[in-house]
Design a protein around this ligand. Structure first.
Ligand SMILES: [Zn+2]
Length: 220
């Protein structure tokens, strides 16, 4: 019963992250080719999702209106293609054709950047997982609670992938894969895939672990 209470205190709902409250920007991206020949380039950044969709619609239209023989012999018609694709000065086209999509990200004013950098310095000064606790918990580490991956949102709105361990009865420690302590009550359970920006260090380590785990499975 006691450990149950400790857990519900540890795993609270996600706190409102600052960065994710920032106005959004939409980056329109063009892509062509496949596998190692795949290229991407930035076409434009707009301030609404609706504008991004309309721009892509217009790009697709311009692209479809291109005479097919230009694409078949695209090296000969390079100048014509560039002039035709007026909405995309960096236009490229491989045999796979060209397509467009957009991604969303925070759009930061100078004032918000100053705020975020100040709170980032605060976060960095927090102590990491101590040597003694990291030694004590190596044996029973988990990365999900109730089958849901553990996450932590820092002051910048960046989401970190977490692990935890019950060091004593009712004492649960949770930390990020990038080796940051998660304060009690600040971790949350991931219910569905989220659009949040995930910490690159956490992501890299999580991928490395997954690769290691599947390599172990393959071994006889
Ligand atoms: Zn992280």
């Amino acid at each position: 019963m006691q450990s149950r209470t400790a857990e519900s205190q540890q795993i609270a709902e996600q706190t409102a992250p600052v960065l994710s409250e920032a106005p959004r920007a939409y980056v329109i991206i063009g892509t062509t080719g496949e596998y190692s020949d795949r290229t991407e380039w930035q076409v434009a950044v707009v301030s609404s999702e609706d504008a991004a969709k309309r721009y892509i619609e217009a790009l697709d239209q311009q692209y479809q209106q291109m005479p097919p023989h230009w694409q078949d012999r695209r090296w000969e018609y390079d100048d014509e293609i560039k002039a035709h694709m007026s909405l995309d000065p960096s236009f490229e086209c491989d045999y796979t054709g060209t397509s467009y999509f957009y991604c969303e990200c925070p759009s930061l004013s100078d004032a918000r950047i100053a705020d975020l950098l100040a709170s980032a310095r605060e976060v960095q000064s927090c102590p990491g997982v101590s040597e003694t606790s990291s030694a004590a918990i190596k044996s029973n580490v988990f990365s999900a609670i109730d089958g849901k991956p553990i996450r932590f949102t820092d002051k910048l709105g960046l989401v970190h992938i977490c692990e935890g361990a019950d060091v004593h009865r009712g004492v649960r420690l949770i930390w990020t894969l990038c080796e940051r302590d998660v304060p009690a009550g600040k971790a949350w359970k991931l219910d569905k895939p989220s659009m949040h920006e995930v910490c690159l260090i956490c992501l890299k380590r999580s991928n490395e672990r997954a690769a290691l785990a599947s390599a172990r499975e393959v071994q006889p």
